[in-house]
Design a protein around this ligand. Structure first.
Ligand SMILES: [Zn+2]
Length: 401
């Protein structure tokens, strides 16, 4: 069995060991050691990576009692190796993990909310609380956690050999199913809970703790948080983003939100005015379409391409031409697609049938039934000629049925 060096010294970044097992696995080897400082994928967080001699350690997993280092090359059993961790990665994960302890303690201390889930990725970490906490609650948790971090309290791990030894220790959380010996991680003056992972030595090493998102999750709250350099990088990105917005609006960062709000209101007003203007324009346009309509055995036929009218306006426009027995076919050619709409009033032909001819002529797709059908196609270079051909087709439909 491998001696787990990380359990008692989380700052150990290099060690010497002897290879006790090595077997081929996928495109590498699973290597076992007599002792190791490599922490495996466990407890919702990613493993350590690094090197064993000339071999790269790409992944570390537990299999029962075994600690398996997935390496890119073979290390013969009996070889003495020098192991080195990617300690920047390890330290970053320890900051997030110890931050999780502190945030969990604060949520529990302030609101009685229990930590029911933790996941640490390489760019963010999440903590699930079993209660809704709310925006102000999140702010309180953050403030207390950062205050406790600044107190630079000692973080210590102690292994208790019997259940009896555990009695009297006020634990925030006792993971279910654990039996002695049990490792308790204590933050001096505040938290104590069971845990198997490496932690920073003092809360000050966590750096800043920032909850960047809190959303309702399974009746409680899922908090996404960042600690240490991750929190700093996030702050830098947010500052850059707000600065870019402020520059865009020629205002200060403090006034940026008000400027965005003002523009949103202006945009909303402009859209309303535009809708009103289009309605007036389309009323006029409909009158001109009706005036141009051909009379084919008592049915008004309108076939028209409206280059500057977008697809949304086709339906009310066609609707406005349905004053008599009518067939109206409109094409909208805004952009690189053509949209078409067929509407009828008081005639036998079904629009679901007639649109098939348009789909075929334009290699488009669309459908409908009864008095209305619509579709779209990639805009062809010969749209004008194609529409002329369809115009003739619709004339024949009305003249000859
Ligand atoms: Zn822990």
């Amino acid at each position: 069995m491998t001696e787990r060096l990380y359990l008692l010294d989380s700052m150990l970044s290099a060690f010497d060991a002897v290879v006790t097992g090595c077997e081929p696995y996928k495109d590498g080897y699973l290597v076992e050691l007599d002792r190791s400082a490599f922490f495996p994928n466990k407890g919702g967080q990613p493993c350590d990576v690094g090197t064993l001699g000339s071999a790269k350690v790409l992944d570390v997993n537990e299999q029962g009692e075994r600690l398996l280092h997935f390496c890119d090359r073979e290390l013969p059993v009996g070889t003495a190796v020098h192991g080195e961790l990617d300690f920047a990665r390890r330290f970053d994960i320890m900051q997030q993990h110890t931050g999780e302890h502190l945030l969990s303690y604060c949520a529990w201390h302030l609101f009685g909310a229990q930590n029911v889930g933790f996941h640490c990725a390489l760019t963010y970490a999440t903590l699930d609380l079993d209660k809704p906490v709310g925006h102000e609650g999140i702010t309180e948790i953050e403030i207390l956690a950062n205050r406790l971090a600044a107190e630079n309290a000692a973080v210590t791990a102690t292994i208790y050999e019997t259940e009896e030894d555990l009695k009297g220790i006020p634990l925030r959380k006792h993971a279910e199913g654990l039996t002695a010996p049990i490792r308790i991680v204590t933050i001096e003056g505040s938290d104590a809970c069971t845990c198997c992972a490496p932690h920073v030595r003092k809360t000050g090493e966590i750096g800043q703790l920032k909850i960047v998102e809190a959303i309702p999750y399974k009746g409680g709250t899922r908090c996404t948080f960042l600690c240490g350099m991750r929190a700093l990088r996030h702050a830098q990105q947010m500052q850059d983003t707000v600065s870019a917005i402020a520059l865009r609006f020629s205002t200060s960062r403090e006034q940026a939100e008000a400027a965005v709000q003002k523009q949103a209101e202006e945009l909303s007003n402009t859209k309303r005015e535009l809708r009103q203007a289009y309605a007036a324009l389309d009323e006029y346009l409909a009158k001109s379409l009706i005036a141009e309509a051909e009379d084919l055995k008592g049915t008004k036929l309108i076939v028209k391409t409206l280059e500057s009218v977008d697809a949304k306006r086709l339906r009310p426009l066609a609707g406005a031409t349905m004053t008599d027995r009518a067939l109206t076919v409109l094409f909208s050619g805004v952009g690189d697609r053509v949209f078409y709409l067929l509407a009828s009033n008081g005639i036998k032909a079904d629009m679901g049938m007639l649109i098939a001819a348009v789909n075929t002529a334009l290699s488009g797709s669309g459908g409908g039934r009864g008095t209305l059908a619509q579709g779209s196609a990639k805009k062809p270079s010969d749209l004008k000629e194609t529409v002329e051909g369809l115009h003739t087709y619709f004339k024949n439909v009305l003249l000859h049925g």
